[in-house]
Design a protein around this ligand. Structure first.
Ligand SMILES: Nc1ncnc2c1ncn2[C@@H]1O[C@H](COP(=O)(O)OP(=O)(O)OP(=O)(O)O)[C@@H](O)[C@H]1O
Ligand SMILES: [Mg+2]
Length: 506
């Protein structure tokens, strides 16, 4: 790449207890360009960018911004130098408005503005880049895509011209991702430097001007997207060939293990989210739920897991009516649940990996404390089987990288040998290698006779793994079709609210 670099990171070294997260990393970025950082889970991507944004201090190495050496002691110093970051897990205050969040923490006199003035400035920036979000809305009222735009606005409001986004599209729908890319291209064309981390190779190839690949803390490749492809990137990231297509055996479905009958439920805002949803999932079967995010998928999973009130209708797991009986009844009937929100519902950050892995199983083992060494062995085996990258099973769960936390939850839920498995976005945030292995695990569960409900916004994933596909739209099932021979067009129409009967008759 030509010209004067905006960012130069030289020989960056960062250690955590038992981990060399960045091992003499060099990273360069140019103005007006979109830089992608790729790498498997735990490769050190977030760490490197947390260093650039002043959150962590490296043990070794130097950082230059516009040719000048900097020494960031805090994110505030980085912001002063024009570096802003949107984190993997958003850092907004739910009960405050967009504008309040944006001016939060700006206590220098020059920032003492009335909310009205601040709101005006926010609107100006929003219009300049097409970042549409209501500045007076409270965070909890916003969709994930809107919350992300609020985070980007926050960085721009503080004068960021180097914008780092850590897995910005992991939580977005394909449509929202497209919108984000338009915004990123616009920012780059106005001279900003964009650095973004992603596991989605197709989008990286489509949008990046340059790609840096990390593996186990080291840079293993600097590539031009024009001269590479998915297979090569995947191989570079994980150090082996990755299969993008998996074989699925033909299996006859058995007895229904999960029955959802005319279920009605409300969302967090008290509005109807599920309006008479019915379906059955059988042994040896994966039923995929396709739909645009926010059409009732989250509420559906919560209702089955006993985490949300059923207003009307029934949920039956392995023959037991568990309607409104709470999460324990669902677990006891044989439910495994890979929840959508892995930091809030899926794990306890301040507890060890060991404790998180045995959260559920200790209930079944009377006198489990006597079997402490047995449990440790089991946890060690799971860490190995699911390839969870951690210095030890005594490490706190909150210190795991995003993808490794997801693997931890999977390991716990799959190893509990459930009758019914509800998997919500099971591969979100996972690298290509881990994605392949999770999909294999799900197919294996199917071959062992489990009934699996797969909720995913990744239509490729739903089509690849499912036996049947149910499409949800505004809390109603638009139709259920066999996955074999299903055509994207029909599914797309259902996702937009047309019922299958109508499509068939036209
Ligand atoms: N604050 C911390 N304390 C201890 N270890 C940490 C901390 N932050 C990260 N690590 C460890 O450093 C390594 C690199 O983590 P990092 O979060 O940078 O990975 P990543 O490439 O962003 O992965 P992912 O794709 O899963 O988000 C991991 O082994 C992780 O467990
Ligand atoms: Mg990360």
């Amino acid at each position: 790449m030509e010209g004067t670099p905006v960012v130069q990171m030289r020989n960056i070294v960062k250690r955590f207890p038992g981990v060399l997260a960045n091992d003499h990393v060099n990273f360069t970025a140019y103005p007006g360009k979109i830089h992608a950082v790729l790498g498997e889970n735990g490769a050190g991507k977030s760490t490197l960018m947390n260093i650039l944004s002043g959150l962590y201090k490296p043990e070794e190495g130097e950082i230059f911004i516009n040719g000048e050496k900097v020494d960031f002691k805090s994110p505030r110093d980085a912001i002063e130098a024009g570096v802003g970051m949107v984190h993997q897990h958003f850092m907004l205050v739910d009960t405050q408005t967009v504008t309040e969040n944006i001016i939060l923490g700006l206590d220098e006199p020059k920032f003492v503005l009335s909310t009205g003035e601040a709101e005006k400035k926010v609107t100006e920036i929003a219009e300049k880049y097409g970042l549409y979000v209501d500045p007076a809305a409270r965070i909890w009222q916003l969709s994930v895509g809107e919350q992300q735009r609020a985070e980007i606005l926050k960085a721009l409001y503080r004068g960021a011209h180097i914008l780092i986004l850590d897995e910005p599209t992991a939580v977005l729908t394909p449509q929202e991702s497209e919108e984000l890319f338009v915004i990123l291209r616009e920012m780059a064309s106005q001279g900003h430097t964009i650095i973004f981390i992603s596991h989605k190779l197709d989008e990286v190839l489509a949008i990046a001007d340059h790609i840096t690949v990390l593996r186990k803390g080291k840079v293993v490749g600097e590539v031009d997207p024009a001269n590479t492809d998915k297979a090569q990137l995947a191989q570079m990231m994980v150090g082996r060939k990755v299969l993008f297509h998996l074989e699925k055996k033909d299996l006859e479905p058995g007895d229904p293990m999960l029955e959802v009958e005319d279920v009605h439920a409300k969302n967090d805002k008290g509005l109807p989210a599920l309006k008479g949803v019915s379906f059955k999932v059988h042994q040896w079967e994966i039923l995929g739920i396709a739909g645009v995010a926010g059409n009732g998928q989250s509420e559906l999973a919560q209702v089955i897991a006993g985490l949300r009130t059923v207003e009307k209708g029934r949920v039956v797991i392995a023959g037991n009516d568990v309607t409104n009986k709470g999460p324990l009844a669902a677990i006891r009937s044989g439910l495994g649940h890979i929840p959508e929100n892995r930091t809030e519902d899926g794990s306890i950050g301040t507890m060890s990996i060991l404790a998180n892995l045995i959260l559920k199983s200790y209930r079944d083992e009377p006198g489990w404390f006597l079997n402490y060494s047995k449990l440790r062995k089991r946890a060690e085996a799971l860490v190995k089987e699911f390839d969870i990258q951690t210095p030890s099973i005594d490490t706190e769960a909150r210190l795991l990288s995003g993808g490794n936390l997801q693997k931890l939850i999977l390991a716990r839920e799959l190893s509990a040998d459930p009758e019914v498995l509800v998997a919500v976005h099971p591969t979100q945030g996972l690298d290509v290698g881990a994605t392949e292995s999770v999909r294999r695990h799900l197919l294996k569960q199917r071959e062992e006779g489990r009934a699996i409900l797969l909720i995913s916004e990744d239509l490729d994933e739903v089509m690849q793994l499912s036996d049947r596909i149910a499409v949800i739209y505004e809390g109603e099932i638009m139709g259920i079709v066999p996955a074999k021979g299903a055509d994207r067009n029909t599914i797309g129409l259902m996702m937009a609210g047309t019922r299958i009967e109508k499509i068939k008759s036209s």
